[in-house]
Design a protein around this ligand. Structure first.
Ligand code: FES
Length: 143
């Protein structure tokens, strides 16, 4: 990470980004004109009713499930807490985002295969670790 010679500027009041206990940065950013610019992303959960919930995410050290659960998104129960063992965080990724998000991993696919609402764009939100390039990500929560 480029520390931009120690110059920080952002909506965090000029404070540097926070580090987790594991040493990972909690937030993404960029060096612009010698200043570290804190950036956040937005993700949108869409319900079958068409209702949308767009959430600004400043901590990228979490999964899409954690964002949904922490914002009480209906349909993101996350009963297993992210252990890929319940499929209650099932989402349909907007097809425009599938290349970026990628396909389910083998264990995730096994869980999804048990779900009657599985489609080609199905993912378990707990298996989607957020990244800076997911800004604008849209997913639909199955009924
Ligand atoms: S939270 Fe249980 S599979 Fe995702």
């Amino acid at each position: 990470m480029n520390f931009c010679d120690g110059h920080w500027s952002s909506h965090r009041g000029g404070q540097p980004p926070l580090a987790t206990a594991g040493g990972d940065w909690m937030a993404s950013g960029a060096c612009v004109d010698g200043n570290y610019i804190f950036m956040s992303i937005t993700v949108t959960f869409i319900q079958q009713s068409g209702d949308e919930q767009t959430i600004q995410v400043e901590n990228l050290a979490q999964s899409l499930m954690e964002v949904g659960r922490n914002h009480s998104v209906p349909g993101i129960a996350a009963d297993c807490g992210g252990a890929c063992a319940c499929a209650t965080c099932h989402v349909h990724v907007d097809p425009a985002w599938m290349d970026a998000v990628g396909p389910s991993n083998p264990i995730e696919t096994e869980m999804l295969d048990l779900n009657t609402e599985m489609t080609e764009t199905s993912r378990l939100a707990c298996q989607i670790e957020l990244r800076e390039d997911f800004d604008g990500l849209r997913v639909t929560v199955p009924a």
